[in-house]
Design a protein around this ligand. Structure first.
Ligand code: C6P
Length: 404
């Protein structure tokens, strides 16, 4: 893989020189680390042109607006979309809630069905439970197979003329499964339903071309792709966003206001009420630039290499069980180890400088399906190495021997 050297890449991440060794960070599905280019952009905004956007008719205000809109443009290009379809939110959770409030509550009624899957993160399940309760619609779901894929053998069981909204995770944060979202979107459109894809785990790892996948909405978070916390994206098809009522109201999202009434600004500003997360949006633009410079193809192939290596090594550990499909998966793996509670494992690993996540990963329905209370999870990104995985496996074996 030309020009892709994780040890060189670590030099771009100050945390690798600030934290005492060993530092084996394997919780990238929860949040990634940030490179200097992102931190510098945040600092540059606050120290060189800190001002509100879209309001100020003075030099630094114009500079701030330009930087904020440049970030929108970079992100739009990154996912094959128009600027007007890119809404800055606080993260994937807020993006999904925006649609559940502003679209679902105004478009669904008691004869309708919302379709989700058993693989959803709570962020793409609970908003639809509440939308169903608020509108009287029914909530249906596509079940999980034992191998961690979705049961799509008989789609007519789930997609019918009552199906009005389909919300599906692109890549599972627990099982790593990459779902056939283009097919799912097609099936939804064939019955006249709108779609939302939760891309929080996919976007950092693979190409997302919204002009190709044709989803009506798509949501993701900045902090899982090297950007700052507090910023995410909602993509919406412009013609749908145009028709939608606002989510939040206040400054900047209006066109005109009288004492009794108001009209709305054009998209995407109609959905960005109040002072936005300016620094974070600019930081996310820098993260996208960094990813582009490394090459998303390189990142994708490197993720494939790491997960393959991890699965091979983990499979060699006695008493360790991996959850999910071994093939169509991103660089994340959940597992159990006989006689060791995931939380104990995480604490023991921490003593060796290894950070993994243990728990339910905000996916209680998956835990129920797997028949476990919790799992241990390791997730990889560009600065991880095969050595990190060796260290992980050695430490798991050491811990298991303590509990035997
Ligand atoms: N998953 C994990 O450790 P926010 O918190 O809004 O940035 O992202 C929510 C979210 C939505 N969808 C998926 C698929 C996710 O994985 C997450 C966040 C983290 O798995 C924290 S629970």
């Amino acid at each position: 893989m030309k020009n892709f050297d994780p040890i060189q890449i670590r030099k771009d991440f100050p945390i690798y020189s600030n934290i005492e060794k060993p530092f084996v960070y394997l919780d990238n599905a929860a949040t990634t680390q940030r490179p200097s280019i992102v931190l510098n952009e945040l600092n540059k905004y606050y120290t060189q042109f800190n001002a509100n956007v879209h309001r100020a008719i003075y030099t630094i205000g114009e500079k701030a607006t330009q930087a904020y809109e440049d970030a929108r443009e970079k992100i739009a290009k990154f996912i094959g979309a128009d600027n007007s379809s890119i809404i800055f939110t606080r993260g994937a959770t807020e993006s999904i809630n925006l649609v559940a409030y502003a679209w679902a509550r105004n478009n669904l009624s008691s004869n309708d069905e919302i379709l989700v899957t058993e693989m959803e993160h709570h962020s793409n399940l609970v908003p639809w439970q509440l939308a169903a309760k608020a509108t009287g619609a029914s909530l249906k779901y596509i079940p999980l197979n034992d191998d961690g894929t979705l049961d799509l053998n008989d789609p007519d069981k789930y997609f019918n003329n009552k199906t009005k909204f389909v919300a599906v995770i692109h890549q599972s944060n627990v099982l790593g499964t990459i779902n056939p979202i283009k097919n799912i979107i097609e099936m939804a459109h064939n019955v006249g339903a709108k779609t939302l894809i939760d891309g929080a785990q996919w976007v950092p790892h693979g190409h997302t071309d919204l002009s190709h996948i044709n989803s009506d909405f798509y949501a993701f978070s900045g902090h899982k792709m090297l950007g700052p916390t507090g910023v995410g994206i909602l993509y919406g098809k412009p013609e749908i966003l145009d028709e939608m009522e606002p989510f939040q109201t206040g400054g900047e999202m209006i066109k005109s206001v009288s004492m009794q009434d108001a009209t709305w600004n054009e998209i995407p500003y109609k959905f960005e009420a109040g002072t936005p997360n300016i620094a974070q949006a600019i930081g996310l633009g820098a993260a996208v630039q960094y990813i582009n410079d490394l090459g998303l193809d390189n990142i994708h192939h490197y993720g494939e290499r790491l997960i393959k290596y991890a699965l091979d090594k983990l499979n060699q550990i006695d008493g360790l069980k991996i959850h999910g499909n071994q093939n169509q998966r991103g660089p994340v793996v959940s597992f159990e180890i006989e006689d060791v509670h995931p939380q104990d494992l995480a604490q023991f690993l921490d003593q060796d400088g290894i950070a993994i996540r243990a728990g339910q990963h905000c996916t209680q329905p998956i835990m129920n399906k797997l028949g476990v209370f919790a799992t241990s999870r390791a997730s990889f990104y560009i600065y991880n190495t095969e050595d990190d995985i060796d260290t992980l496996c050695e430490s798991i074996e050491k811990t298991a021997s303590v509990f035997k």
